[in-house]
Every structure is written in structure tokens, then in C-alpha cells.
Design a protein around this ligand. Structure first.
Ligand code: ATP
Length: 393
């Protein structure tokens, strides 16, 4: 099994005056047996980092270390890694069994042994009933399972996957996600998985590294990143629907903190204010309030008044889409975008039985423990102490 260390790994394409920094200097340690997810928007450098780990791409600077050995100059073949991409690309004229057993046949393994191994890995990913079919007779999800089996049979030291499910429909993705997690936990092979789908990252990864513009912004367990994001970018990237955020001004009042926007006021007691650095430190500042949709409490005398527009029923609860007289903030690839001063969109998770009236204002209170404040310029989370960039597994 394998531990991966990236030491100052950097990738720059082209030369001055227009170099493209695909990966800024990156230090990362991926533990033996870990399911590690690289996530971020398109073009943030995920695939480049994966290809550098695989040995397909050479870093401009820095080293890749596998199990303590520097392998920066070792090609993909010498690293014993297996990669799965978006499309499975099976051999069309070979059956499923022949596709899965192909690498063993090349290695001149005995037929009887190949047949047994093919059967074992095929049943592991639930394609043992499809062994005599050809790739054209498989659905997209079955094809990806066969690709997984073909990779698993090699017992690689390292599994690298680049959006392997992006071409499948939602139901298949959910099924295959669970399957992949089960197999990875069973086999215990170190796995690096690239995606831009936060649901996949949150549900599959032991740890996640969130990337933006070539850099790892934060790395940690899914729960840690969700509860303690270092900035508004991470806060809005993880969690669906994304965290609501709008601009307010902060004022100290008798130790408590009062947040004001438009005609609205939200008071946070001294103890809660201390979590954001304290009322005195924030007095007079502009801040961004961050609240996840389920951090609101519907309360007829709640201090926040919004105008409901429509609701989406999503089973256990409904998502009420409303607006608020404020300026909302949304993280984009390279910064933050504000809406107009008067129409901040807002999503509230309400109980499924709640009947909103589109003609009447909706009053909300908030769970103060779940309220977050961010710097309006660089999006950094405002806390009593700076949050660490990395966290333990
Ligand atoms: P996606 O999710 O869209 O696949 P990604 O996060 O995997 O994106 P990369 O493919 O790693 O991103 O690319 C990172 C950056 O490097 C992008 O800005 C891309 O345009 C740039 N890039 C990649 N390959 C080259 C190249 N050969 N020459 C110049 N720029 C490149």
C-alpha cells in the first residue's frame, strides 16, 4: 500500500510573458489506504495534480514521493498506479471477462487463475452476470464497473480516478458511488479521486482538498471542511444548496454584536460574538454573513424578514427560495461577486408541511452557533483565532 507526499509540487505551462500556473507550489500528504478527493471548479488544477501523481506529467518544480521514495523522474509504468477516466474505453471486440482479464493475460498468468480472479473482481463490483457480453451490450454504469474491475484485477498500489462518473445519470452515480466506497474500503488501496461534484466529495472522501486557481485552499475531513471552512469559497463550494451570504455592517453594543443591513437587525450575544473575534474588534466593519439553508429557524417574531418566492419539495423538507433587501455575495473561480443592494436571493430549508404565503413576509431567526462571518474583500472566515489551513485526518 502507498503513502503519497507532494513536496512543493508546481506546474507551469508555457513561459514568460504568459505562463499558465496550473498548480502553484503544493505540499500534501495522502495517507496509506486513504480515499482522498481533489475538488474544485473547472481549470483549478485537479487533473494536472492527478497526472503528476500518476507520472504522466512531470512537475516544473518539486517532488513526488511514494512510500518515502522520490519518484519524480519515474514514469507512470514504474509507479504501479491504475487510472480510471471519464469514459471507460473498453476493448470493443473483447467480452467483459476478456476485458477484465486482459492485463493478466499479457502477464502470461495461467488461464485457470485468470478465470478465478476475473470472477472474484467481477462479483466485487457486481458485473459477474455480464461476463459474456461485449462492451456495446452494456449500459454506461455497467461499463464503468467493468473498467473498475479491469483496474482492480491488477491489484495496483495506487488508484487514481478522474471524474469517473461524470457521464452517468444521477441514479447510476449514486449506486456506483456507494459501490466504489465499499470496494475501496474492502481493498484498502490508496485512492485519489478528482471531481467537481461536492456530493461525491462529501460522501466518498476520508479527506478532501479544495482547490482554487492552482492552490489547495483547505484540506481536511468532509465534516471539518463543512463546519469550519477557512473562507467563503470553501463554505459555498461544499454543501447543497450553497451557503447564503450577504453583506452587513457590524456594531458593538454592550459586549454584544449587532449586524445591520437595510432595515434589519440581528443581535448576537457576547459569547457567540467571541467566536467571530469579538464585538469590539468587529465594530464599524463591513462583514459578510454566511448561513446555510438549514441554519434558519422559522419564527413569527424572528428578526429577519424575507419575501418568499417559490418552494422546491425535496422529500424530508422543502427549500423556500426567497429574497432579502441586501447585497448577496457569491464566490466565483477568482473572487467574489455581489448582487444589487436590494435583491439578495436566499434559500431556507423549511419543514415539508410548512405553508408559505408568497404574498406575506416570512420571519426568520437563526441558529447563532451556525452563523459564520467572512471578510468582504478576501472572503476569509472571521474567527477568534485563525483556522489552520490543514486539519488532521
Ligand atoms: P477540469 O475540471 O475542467 O478538468 P482541472 O481542475 O482538472 O479542470 P487542469 O486540467 O488541471 O484543471 O488545468 C489547470 C489549468 O492549466 C487550466 O487553466 C488549464 O487551462 C491549464 N492547462 C492545462 N494543460 C495545459 C497546457 N498543456 N498548456 C497550457 N495550459 C494548460
Amino acid at each position: 500500500m502507498t503513502t503519497i507526499e507532494l513536496r512543493g509540487v508546481t506546474k507551469v505551462h508555457g513561459t514568460a510573458p504568459t505562463p499558465v500556473v496550473a498548480v502553484a507550489p503544493t505540499d500534501l500528504t495522502i495517507l496509506d489506504g486513504e480515499f482522498f478527493v481533489l475538488i474544485g471548479p473547472s481549470g483549478c488544477g485537479k487533473t494536472t495534480l492527478l497526472r503528476i501523481i500518476a507520472g504522466i506529467e512531470h512537475p516544473t518544480r518539486g517532488d513526488v514521493v511514494l512510500d518515502g521514495q522520490v519518484v519524480t523522474d519515474v514514469g507512470a509504468r514504474g509507479r504501479d498506479v491504475a487510472m480510471i477516466f471519464q469514459s471507460s474505453a473498453l476493448y470493443p471486440n473483447l467480452t467483459v471477462a476478456e476485458n477484465i482479464g486482459f492485463s493478466l493475460r499479457l502477464a502470461k498468468v495461467k488461464r485457470r487463475v485468470i478465470a478465478q480472479r476475473v470472477h472474484d473482481v467481477a462479483s466485487m463490483v457486481s458485473v459477474d452476470h455480464l461476463l459474456d457480453r461485449f462492451p456495446r451490450q452494456l449500459s454506461g454504469g455497467e461499463g464503468q464497473r467493468v473498467a473498475m474491475a479491469r483496474t482492480l484485477i491488477r491489484s495496483p498500489h495506487l488508484f487514481l480516478m478522474d471524474e469517473p462518473m461524470s457521464q452517468l445519470d444521477a441514479k447510476l452515480r449514486t449506486e456506483l458511488r456507494a459501490e466504489l466506497v465499499r470496494v475501496q474500503r474492502q481493498v484498502g488501496v490508496t485512492t485519489v479521486y478528482v471531481t467537481h461534484d461536492q456530493t461525491e466529495a462529501m460522501s466518498m472522501g476520508h479527506r478532501i482538498a479544495v482547490m482554487r486557481q492552482g492552490s489547495v485552499v483547505q484540506c481536511g475531513t468532509p465534516e471539518h471542511l463543512y463546519r469550519e471552512p477557512v473562507d467563503l469559497f470553501v463554505a459555498q463550494f461544499l454543501g447543497a444548496p450553497p451557503m447564503n451570504a450577504w453583506v452587513a455592517s457590524a456594531h458593538a453594543s454592550d459586549g454584544a454584536l449587532e449586524l445591520r443591513w437595510g432595515a434589519q437587525r440581528l443581535v448576537i450575544d457576547e459569547r457567540s460574538a467571541a467566536r467571530h473575534g469579538g464585538a469590539r474588534a468587529l465594530d464599524g466593519r463591513e462583514v459578510v454573513i454566511g448561513l446555510r439553508p438549514d441554519a434558519f429557524v422559522i419564527d413569527p417574531v424572528g428578526p429577519i424578514v424575507v419575501s418568499p418566492g417559490f418552494a422546491e419539495q425535496i422529500g424530508p423538507h422543502q427549500l423556500v427560495h426567497a429574497t432579502l433587501a441586501a447585497s448577496s455575495v457569491r464566490a466565483v473561480d477568482d473572487g467574489y461577486v455581489r448582487s444589487s443592494e436590494h435583491l439578495a436571493p436566499l434559500i431556507v430549508a423549511a419543514p415539508s408541511g410548512y405553508e408559505y404565503d408568497p404574498w406575506r413576509a416570512m420571519h426568520l431567526d437563526v441558529d447563532r452557533e451556525r452563523l459564520m462571518l467572512f471578510d468582504p474583500v478576501d472572503g476569509r472566515r472571521l474567527t477568534s483565532d485563525a483556522l489552520a489551513v490543514s486539519s488532521p485526518a
